[in-house]
Design a protein around this ligand. Structure first.
Ligand code: ARG
Ligand code: ZN
Length: 852
C-alpha cells in the first residue's frame, strides 16, 4: 500500500484529550484509553482508530457499549454527535515485542518508541502527527521490579497499593501528536541537576540509567545543560516544563527519541567515560543530546502535518545540532566531518535506487524514510537558506516561524514561506531542493585574459535522473567563490556569493592582473559536486594557502582523489604532489592538530568508488594502499614526530586534546602503512598503555588490519577486558568487520556465530552487519560471499525487527555501480530477499525498489 503526499486530507475527528491507564506487566499489560473526540468539520465519516496487532477487549462510547467493527487493523466506530467520550481496552505483551516499536522490554525495564507509527501498537488511536492531544497518563506496576515510573510532562501524583504495586500519574499540558508519547517503568537511578532558564524558571533535569552506569552520565548531563543555554542564546528558545528526563536503554532501533519531556536514548548516546568511550563517542553524545533537546521547539512545539514533512523537524534540528557542535570546538573540523558524512551516506542515496526528495511524494513504509536525505541533506537546505538570508535575517525568519506555527502541525512550505517573508527574498526556485531528488553537478571553468585583466568563470549545472524523476529543472546553487593569484599567492578577487540558478551562467572578475586560482564552494556552501579542471599544482597551492579551512581541506581531498582515480583507471598516478601537500600541511605550525588529522586522511574506498562509472573494489583498495604506503615511507620522520609530540598527554576531553589524539592515531596508521618493522609493536604499546578508549581502539584498529602476531593477542585482551560492556563489545565486533585483511569476510561469518553475537540487539546487529557492508573490498568479495552473508542475516533479522533489517539493506541495492558479475550476484540476493515468505513491508519496499 502506497501513501501519497498529494492525498493528504485533514483528520475527520480530532482528539483534544486522552486519559491513558496502564497496568504494566511484561507478559500482559492492560491499556485503558479514554479519548475525547470531536468531529472536525461537517462530514458523516465514522471514527477510525489505527491499531497494529491489537484486539479490542471493550469499546464504549459515552459509557455504553458501542457499535464498532474492525476494518483490517483499524477500529471503526459509528458516532452520531459532534463530541463523544470513547473508551477502549486492550492487552499487549511487551516482552514479546521484538520489533522495538510500541511498548517493549529492554534490560528488565519497560519502555516505548512511538515515532513514526508505534503508538498504534499500544492503543487504538488516530496515529497521525496532525492530531494534537493533551495527555493524562496513569502507570501502575510492581514496585520492587519497576520502582521508577515516568511519562511525558509533569508528575502530578503517585502512591502505593497494598498488593506490592505502586502508581504514578503524569500530565502533559502541551497538546502533542501521539508519536511523542512515552513511558518508562524500570529500576533506574538518576543523575540530577537543575537548569534555570533565562526567565528564571527552575527545571529539574535528570538522566536515568542502571545504577552501575551512573558514573558515565556526567558528559551527557553537561551537554544537556549546555544545549539548553545555547538554544536560549542562539534561537531565543526556552524550555517549557518543570522537568526534563532522559532515559538510556540498551535495545533501541536508532539513536534517540525526542518524546515531550521524556527523551529516550540508545545507551550508546548517553554513556561515556574515558575508559570505554572514544572522542567520537563523546562528540556524538553531545550532538544527539542537543539534537533531541532542540526538538522540543523544532519538532514538538511545532510538529509535522504529515510524515512527508519529516525534514521540517529533522533537517532543521540537524542543522541546529551541527551549529551547536561547531560552537563547542573547531567549527572548521565540524564542517569537514559533516560534509564527510553527507558524502558517505547521502550522495550515494541520491545516486541509487532509493533516491528520494527531501520532501518525498510517496512511501510504503515511513520508517524507511529516516534517511540521510531527510536528515543531512535537509540540514544543508536550511544552511543554504541561512547563507542566502544572512545571519540576522535568518534569525528573524526562525523567530517568525516559531511564533507563527507554535502549537501546530506545519509543513516544509510553512518554513520556507517564513524564510521568504522575514528574509525578503524570493525562494520560488529554491523550493526545487525540496521536490527534486539527486545531487547537482556543477562544472566550473575559469578563463583569464592576461591583456584585459578579465577572468570569466563559467558555471554549468546538471542533475542526473532519479527513479520517478526523469527530467530535472535547474536548481538554485549558492556558491561562495574567491580567486587567488598564482604568482603572488594573494587574494585577487574577494569572496562573493554566486547564486547559480540557470543551467549555465558566467561571472566576470575585472582587474585580475595575474593568473587566478579558483576557490569555490567555500565552506561547502551548497551540497553539490563541483568539477573543476584545476591542476595538481593549483590544488597543492590551495591545500596550503586557502584562507577558508574547508576549501583547504577540499583542495587536498581533490588532489588525493585525482591521483587515486588516475591510479585505478590508468594504473599509475603521480604520488609526489600528494606527498608534498601532506608534508606542507603536517609541518604548518599555524594549523591545529584536529584540522591536520582531517586533511591528511585519504578519501575512503567507497568515496573513491563513487567517482567511477564502474566501481572496482580491488583496484581501489590497491591504489589507496599504495598511496598510503608511499605517504608512510616518504614522511616517516614527520609521522613519527607528530606521533611522539602527542604521546605525553594525559586524557582530557578538550578540543586540543581530542585533536592531538586524532593526529596521533592517524600518524600511527601511516607508520604502519610504511611497513616499518617496529610499527606493530608501537601500536601494541599504545594499545596496552592507553588511558582512554580513543587510543586503545585506534591501536586495536591498526593491529586488526595487520598481520602481526600481536593482532590476536590484542583482540583477546580487549575482549576479556570489556566482556561485560555491551557498547565496547560492539566496537570489538565492528573493528574486525572493518578490517582490511584478506580474510575479513570469513572472519565476519565466524563472528556471527560468536556467543556474544545476537540479532535481537540493534546495536550488535549493526556493529557486525552494518560495519561489514561499509567495508567495500570485503563486502564486494568477487565470489559473492559478502552479499550472501548479509542477505542471510537480513532475512533472519527481518523476522525479529523489520525496521532495523531494512535500514541495513541499501549497500546490497547498489548493484548498478558494479561490474556485471557482481551486479548479478547482488541482484540474486535481492531477489532471494523479495521472495522470502512473510517478508515485512519495510524490507519489501527497500529490496523491490532496489531491483527496479
Ligand atoms: N525523531 C528521532 C530523532 O531523529 C528519530 C526517530 C526515528 N524513527 C524511525 N522510525 N526511524 O531524533
Ligand atoms: Zn531528530
Amino acid at each position: 500500500v502506497v501513501t501519497r503526499r498529494a492525498d493528504y486530507t485533514a483528520p475527520a475527528w480530532l482528539v483534544p484529550e486522552i486519559a491513558l491507564d496502564f497496568d504494566l506487566d511484561p507478559r500482559r499489560t492492560r491499556v485503558r484509553a479514554r479519548l475525547n473526540v470531536a468531529r472536525n468539520g461537517a462530514h458523516d465519516a465514522p471514527l477510525r482508530l489505527d491499531g497494529d496487532g491489537l484486539a479490542p477487549l471493550a469499546v464504549r462510547v459515552d459509557g455504553v457499549d458501542a457499535d464498532w467493527r474492525m476494518d483490517g487493523a483499524t477500529l471503526e466506530i459509528a458516532l452520531s454527535g459532534d463530541a463523544h467520550e470513547v473508551e477502549t481496552e486492550v492487552e499487549i505483551a511487551p516482552e514479546r515485542n521484538t520489533q522495538l516499536m510500541g511498548l517493549y522490554a529492554s534490560g528488565g525495564n519497560l519502555c516505548t518508541q512511538c515515532e513514526a507509527e508505534g503508538f498504534r501498537r499500544i492503543t487504538f488511536f488516530p496515529d497521525r502527527p496532525d492530531v494534537l492531544t493533551r495527555y493524562q497518563v496513569k502507570l501502575t506496576a510492581e514496585k520492587a521490579r519497576y520502582p521508577v515510573l515516568l511519562a511525558n510532562g509533569d508528575p502530578v501524583a503517585s502512591g502505593d497499593l497494598d498488593d506490592g504495586r505502586h502508581w504514578a500519574e503524569w500530565h502533559d499540558p502541551f497538546p502533542k501528536p501521539c508519536y511523542l508519547f512515552a513511558l518508562i517503568a524500570g529500576d533506574l537511578a538518576a543523575n540530577r541537576d537543575t537548569f534555570t532558564t533565562r526567565s528564571g524558571r527552575d527545571v529539574e533535569v535528570a538522566i536515568w540509567v542502571r545504577e552501575r552506569d551512573l558514573a558515565k552520565t556526567d558528559h551527557a548531563l553537561h551537554a544537556l545543560k549546555t544545549a539548553m543555554a545555547w538554544d536560549e542564546r542562539v534561537y531565543g528558545r526556552e524550555y517549557d516544563l518543570d522537568v526534563f528526563n532522559i532515559v538510556a536503554v540498551d535495545d533501541f532501533n536508532f539513536g534517540a527519541m525526542e518524546n515531550k519531556g521524556l527523551n529516550i536514548f540508545n545507551s550508546r548516546y548517553i554513556l561515556a567515560d574515558p575508559d570505554t568511550a572514544t572522542d567520537h563517542d563523546y562528540d556524538a553524545i553531545a550532538a544527539v543530546v542537543a539534537h533531541e533537546y532542540f526538538h522540543n521547539w523544532s519538532g514538538n512545539r511545532i510538529t509535522c502535518r504529515d510524515w512527508f514533512q519529516l525534514s521540517l523537524k529533522e533537517g532543521f534540528t540537524v542543522y541546529r545540532d551541527q551549529k551547536f557542535s561547531a560552537d563547542q570546538g573547531s567549527a572548521a573540523v565540524k564542517r569537514i566531518e559533516d560534509v564527510r558524512t553527507l558524502r558517505a551516506a547521502q550522495f550515494p542515496e541520491d545516486a541509487g535506487p532509493l533516491a528520494h526528495p527531501v520532501r518525498p511524494d510517496s512511501y510504503i513504509e515511513i520508517s524507511n524514510f529516516y534517511t540521510a536525505t531527510i536528515y543531512n541533506k535537509g540540514a544543508e537546505l536550511i544552511g543554504m537558506m541561512a547563507t542566502i538570508l544572512g545571519a540576522e535575517k535568518f534569525r528573524r525568519a526562525t523567530d517568525l516561524y516559531f511564533d507563527r506555527f507554535d502549537g501546530t502541525a506545519a509543513t516544509c512550505e510553512d518554513f520556507v514561506s517564513c524564510m521568504e517573508e522575514a528574509g525578503e527574498v524570493d525562494l520560488t526556485r529554491f523550493r526545487r531542493w525540496y521536490s527534486q531528488a539527486g545531487t547537482p553537478r556543477v562544472t566550473a571553468r575559469l578563463v583569464h585574459e592576461a591583456g584585459s585583466g578579465r577572468a570569466m568563470l563559467t558555471l554549468r549545472q546538471t542533475m542526473a535522473p532519479t527513479p520517478g524523476q526523469p527530467v530535472k529543472e535547474p536548481m538554485v546553487v549558492p556558491l561562495t567563490v574567491k580567486l587567488f593569484g598564482a604568482d603572488s599567492g594573494r587574494e585577487v578577487a574577494p569572496e562573493q556569493l554566486v547564486l547559480l540558478s540557470e543551467p549555465e551562467s558566467e561571472i566576470a572578475f575585472e582587474s585580475v592582473g595575474e593568473r587566478p586560482i579558483l576557490s569555490i564552494n567555500r565552506g561547502f556552501s551548497a551540497p553539490v559536486v563541483v568539477e573543476t579542471d584545476r591542476s595538481a599544482a593549483d590544488l597543492g597551492f590551495l591545500s596550503g594557502h586557502d584562507d577558508d579551512p574547508f576549501a583547504r581541506y577540499e583542495a587536498m581531498q581533490q588532489l588525493m582523489l585525482d591521483t587515486l582515480v588516475s591510479s585505478v583507471q590508468r594504473g599509475r598516478g603521480d604520488h609526489a604532489p600528494v606527498i608534498d601537500a601532506v608534508r606542507q600541511t603536517l609541518l604548518d605550525g599555524d594549523l591545529d592538530s584536529a584540522f591536520i588529522a582531517e586533511a591528511v586522511l585519504l578519501p575512503s574506498d567507497s568515496f573513491i568508488g563513487d567517482q567511477m562509472a564502474v566501481v572496482d573494489p580491488d583496484a581501489i583498495f590497491r591504489a589507496r594502499e599504495a598511496l598510503r604506503r608511499d605517504l608512510g615511507r616518504e614522511l616517516e620522520g614527520e609521522w613519527r614526530e607528530a606521533y611522539e609530540a602527542a604521546l605525553a598527554n594525559r586524557f582530557e576531553y578538550s578540543p586540543a586534546a581530542k585533536g592531538a589524539r586524532r593526529l596521533k592515531n592517524v600518524a600511527l596508521g601511516y607508520i604502519n602503512a610504511s611497513g616499518a618493522p617496529d610499527a606493530a609493536s608501537l601500536a601494541f604499546v599504545q594499545f596496552e598503555q592507553a588511558d582512554n578508549m580513543t587510543d586503545r581502539q585506534g591501536a586495536l584498529a591498526t593491529l586488526a588490519s595487520g598481520t602481526s602476531d600481536k593482532r590476536v593477542a590484542a583482540l583477546d585482551i580487549f575482549y576479556n577486558r570489556y566482556s561485560d560492556n555491551a557498547l565496547v563489545l560492539d566496537k570489538w565486533f565492528a573493528t574486525q568487520a572493518l578490517s582490511s585483511r584478506d580474510d575479513t569476510a570469513q572472519a565476519v561469518e565466524e563472528l556471527s556465530r560468536h556467543k556474544d553475537f545476537t540479532l535481537a540487539n540493534p546495536n550488535r546487529a549493526r556493529s557486525l552487519i552494518g560495519a561489514f557492508a561499509m567495508n567495500q573490498r570485503a563486502f564486494h568479495d568477487a565470489a559473492g560471499r559478502g552479499y550472501r552473508f548479509v542477505a542471510d542475516q537480513l532475512i533472519a533479522l527481518d523476522k525479529l525487527n523489520p525496521q532495523t533489517a531494512a535500514k541495513l539493506l541499501p549497500p546490497l541495492g547498489r548493484w548498478r555501480r558494479f561490474d556485471k558479475d557482481r551486479a548479478a550476484l547482488m541482484r540474486a540476493e535481492l531477489e532471494r530477499i523479495v521472495a522470502t515468505p512473510g517478508l515485512s513491508k519495510d524490507m519489501f519496499e527497500q529490496a523491490s525498489k532496489s531491483l527496479d
